[in-house]
Design a protein around this ligand. Structure first.
Ligand code: NDP
Length: 468
């Protein structure tokens, strides 16, 4: 998997960035910072390509994107190896092979859906027809946690609806993304999908460019707010997925044997580095010991280590910034006298490993509960009444997802109805689906991805109104 084609020697102007394997700290390559002149040229090429792409019959775009899905499937193994090497998630379990299958599915579904024109009004005097038109050039800003899958979420619906896309991968996961783009571009016409690389400044310049019509962003709230500011320059439409601090509420008396694996993976999928992971678990005080023990027992059997070894299903934290942030939250929990209910085995490695950690004797108001940890550390919080659990779950600036766990679905639905989140799952967490709209409430962002709503989000509505 040697890749030197994107490696550029450092110069005084080039503040390029080293991409590392987070399991071993092996250097993968040096990421080139695309210059402003190069970004301008990329946008010019995208504008020309977009006109030709959107002029094609819709059926042709669908067919081409289905061929993209086939190409992704054919290259799934080598792309999964790239993800493991650069992002860190293991090949096994819900890891990089799983991410590649999601890339294939999230390409096939938007390629198959239709957004037909709609007669929104008609009487004897007039007829008004609503069409969905491409916006133009879309800037896609992807993160490092699910670098290929989230890039696909941004790219494919945009292309499906006739836009051109310029993708800026996270500097941490550039090489795996470039490998995927090579595969996709072996099918697409020239310049419909292009990539610019480098640090946040590259994303900042791209998103504020006057020729950008839409920004698809996934990342932190802080950077999401910068993207909002950038869009004040060009009036770009926005889809912002700014993560969450998802609460899960276990209703009293849950039969854990049926649910413990889903609770574990709801919290620890991709080492907890997932926007819609379960990040705060609220448990009735009578069930607290039982839940903590069941989760600890389950966790103790989940192997962590270098993801290239197929025996491992948990891997490292993706980067040093995130590693330090999680360690800081663990240290803060120690300082406030939290209970460490379980700490897993740390692999004997140089890599950015943090073992699965279950923390008790904490509450809203403590940093480990209030802040998104984005790592394999789960606070378990006792509650006395359901009303208290709901109020604490809603006591957050975030509102991406939430979950309710119960053997009584009616009761779970009643609680779900009171939670402030874009999606509330019952007896599962983070169970996204390419047909089902996904987006956040509160500061988790705005706009939705997936399904028909996701396709509409990369279009401008256009009405043709006919006098009869
Ligand atoms: P960022 O929000 O900074 O990164 C997300 C993407 O935005 C990356 O491609 C990044 O590029 C790019 N970017 C950075 N600055 C700008 C800018 N001014 N304009 C446009 N694009 C920009 O997240 P971090 O990597 O700093 O992670 C911080 C926290 O964000 C995590 O601890 C986690 O809580 C959360 N997060 C949430 C994710 C989610 O899925 N919702 C995904 C990742 C992080 P580059 O990486 O090159 O700087």
């Amino acid at each position: 998997m040697e890749n030197t084609s994107f490696v550029k020697e450092s110069t005084t102007e080039d503040t390029g960035f080293l991409s590392l394997n987070p399991s071993t700290l092996e250097v993968i390559g040096k990421v080139n910072n695309t210059s402003k002149e190069e970004i301008n040229a990329t946008i010019n090429k995208a504008k020309i390509a977009q006109k030709l792409w959107s002029a094609r019959p819709d059926s042709e775009r669908k067919e081409i994107l289905l061929k993209v899905a086939e190409a992704l499937q054919q290259n799934a193994q080598q792309l999964a190896e790239w993800i493991t090497r650069e992002q860190g998630k293991p090949l096994s379990g819900p890891g990089s092979n799983f991410e590649m299958q999601a890339c294939v599915g999230w390409t096939q579904v938007p390629a198959s859906l239709d957004v037909p024109e709609e007669i929104v009004f008609e009487d004897e005097t007039r007829k008004d027809v609503l069409y969905r038109k491409p916006i133009g050039v879309v800037a896609a800003i992807a993160p490092w946690n699910w670098p290929l899958m989230i890039a696909i979420w941004q790219i494919i619906p945009s292309l499906r609806m006739g836009n051109a896309v310029i993708l800026k991968p996270s500097e941490y996961t550039t090489f795996s993304t470039l490998e995927m783009i090579k595969v996709i571009n072996s099918v697409l016409p020239e310049d419909v999908l292009q990539v610019v690389t480098g640090r946040g400044e590259v994303g900042s310049y791209l998103t504020a460019h006057p020729e950008i019509g839409k920004i698809m962003f996934t990342g932190s709230i802080a950077t999401g707010k910068k993207v909002i500011e950038a869009s004040s320059k060009n009036m770009a439409r926005l889809t912002l997925e700014c993560g969450g601090n998802d609460a899960g509420i276990i209703l009293p008396g849950l039969d854990l044997t049926k649910h413990i694996d889903n609770i574990f993976w709801g919290a620890f999928l991709n080492m907890g580095q997932t926007c819609a992971c379960l990040k705060r678990l609220y448990v009735h005080e009578d069930d607290y010991e039982k839940v903590a023990k069941a989760l600890a027992d389950y966790s103790s059997h989940i192997p962590m280590g270098d993801g290239a070894n197929e025996a491992n299903v948990l891997g490292p934290i993706q980067n040093k910034m995130q590693f330090d942030k999680i360690q800081d939250l663990i240290a803060d929990s120690e300082n406030i006298g939290a209970d460490f209910l379980f700490t897993g085995q740390k692999p004997d490695s140089e890599g950015y490993f943090i073992p699965v950690t279950l923390i008790g004797n904490v509450d809203n108001g403590n940093r480990i509960v209030d802040e998104e940890q984005f790592g394999p550390v789960l606070p378990i919080i006792k509650y006395k009444t359901i009303e208290e659990a709901i109020a604490k779950a809603n006591d957050s600036e975030n509102g991406l997802g939430a979950s309710v766990w119960s053997d009584n679905i009616k009761e779970a639905e009643e609680v779900a109805g009171q939670l402030e989140a874009g999606t509330v799952w019952i007896n599962q967490h983070g169970a996204i689906n390419p047909f089902v709209p996904f987006g956040g409430a509160k500061q988790s962002g705005y706009g939705v991805e997936f399904g028909i709503e996701g396709l509409k989000a990369v279009t401008v509505p256009k009405v043709i109104s006919i006098k009869k």
